[in-house]
Design a protein around this ligand. Structure first.
Ligand code: SAM
Ligand code: SF4
Length: 333
């Protein structure tokens, strides 16, 4: 569906849980947990499927499953299978911290998952523990390697923090090159615990990269559904992406809408405005065909409303104007 600013909105980031097995400093640091929501607050898989079917009617064809940590919710691969079976769904991908990936991979492959983004901020076990509050870097590396072996398309997501892992960008690029996969560097966004954290600018990183690899070239090929800009080191098959919410506004190309695990549609990451779908999917007006048809039409209506209320752009550069007060773990990135 085309929004007010002539953007084609065909991609939904769907959070299926607000829980996570890690405690990343910029997302849900140790000891700062927002209160655990009762399960009844979270949409069931059947309810999420109802929303997805209505979203497809509004022109959404691609879904990214996120969390918290999506694999922390039991039944995630089965849900992905249900989503893939909806007529009109062209692509289902997932973003994960990779901790529980190895054991879930056979089921994810069976479900038909199209691609996986795996978060990897460091190759050092002690730095991993410092960033995530947990000691499970080996599991993540095994998850990445098993995913690559399975043939699913894999990308890495890396957030650099000054004085923590900002010296590791080249090691991570070499790791990605060795495994023949792309890596994207994401600037810390001023959402939740990211607010007030120092941003390692992707402009700075791009300049450092150019110094190290003088033949670096822009890579204009299409890499997925995201806002990343890519470069390539000549001779390498892998691309390096930059997601630069702060130093490179990409709102003119925005193609997305978000759904939180509690059933709130978010037109833009930066603002707290939401449109509630839970009250509609839970409206017990009946289970017969006519009632579910009516419910579906109401869902289509609110999804269209959310798409049409997408603002022109975010305001991350002016922190006082940001109205989103939820933590990133509650939104899903
Ligand atoms: N748990 C999964 C994971 O870590 O990939 C999915 C959810 S996580 C919120 C999605 C992505 O958001 C991760 O790549 C994470 O690094 C990123 N992220 C979390 N908080 C962020 C922030 N404040 N700024 C930028 N990226 C952030
Ligand atoms: Fe969990 Fe992902 Fe947030 Fe880290 S970034 S705390 S893995 S949801």
């Amino acid at each position: 569906m085309i929004d007010k600013y002539n953007r084609n909105i065909d991609y939904m980031r769907m959070s299926i849980t607000d829980l996570c097995n890690l405690r990343c400093k910029y997302c849900m640091p140790e000891g700062m947990r927002v209160q655990k929501l009762p399960m009844a607050e979270i949409l069931t898989f059947e309810e999420l499927i109802e929303v997805a079917k209505a979203a497809v009617e509004c022109g959404i064809t691609k879904f990214k499953i996120t969390g918290g940590e999506p694999l922390a919710r039991k039944g995630c691969p089965g849900f992905i299978k249900m989503l893939k079976e909806i007529s009109g769904v062209q692509q289902v991908t997932m973003t994960t911290n990779g901790v529980a990936l190895e054991e879930n991979l056979p089921m994810l492959v069976d479900a038909g998952l199209d691609a996986i983004n795996i978060s990897l901020d460091t190759l050092k076990a002690d730095v991993f523990s410092e960033i995530t509050g947990r000691n499970c870097q080996e599991e993540v590396i095994r998850g990445i390697e098993t995913a690559i072996e399975s043939g699913i398309k894999v990308k890495l997501n890396t957030v650099l923090q000054r004085g923590v892992n900002d010296g590791e960008w080249n090691d991570i690029i070499l790791f990605a090159n060795k495994h023949n996969i792309d890596v994207r560097f994401i600037e810390i966004m001023p959402i939740g615990y990211g607010r007030g954290m120092e941003v390692v600018s992707n402009d700075f990183l791009r300049r450092e990269l150019q110094k190290k690899y003088p033949d670096l070239k822009d890579d204009m090929s299409i890499h997925g559904n995201g806002p990343a800009r890519y470069v390539k080191i000549p001779g390498s098959d892998c691309s390096i992406g930059f997601i630069s919410a702060i130093h490179g506004k990409f709102c003119g190309d925005c193609n997305r809408i978000r759904l939180t695990a509690t059933g709130k549609l978010k037109p833009c990451l930066c603002y707290g405005d939401t449109v509630d779908v839970k009250k509609i999917v839970r409206d017990n007006c009946g289970t017969d065909e006519i009632s579910s048809y009516k419910r579906q039409k109401r869902l289509v209506g609110v999804i269209q409303e959310a798409i049409l209320s997408k603002p022109k752009e975010h305001c991350f550069e002016k922190i006082t104007d940001i109205t989103e007060m939820k933590k990133m773990v509650e939104i899903g990135g």
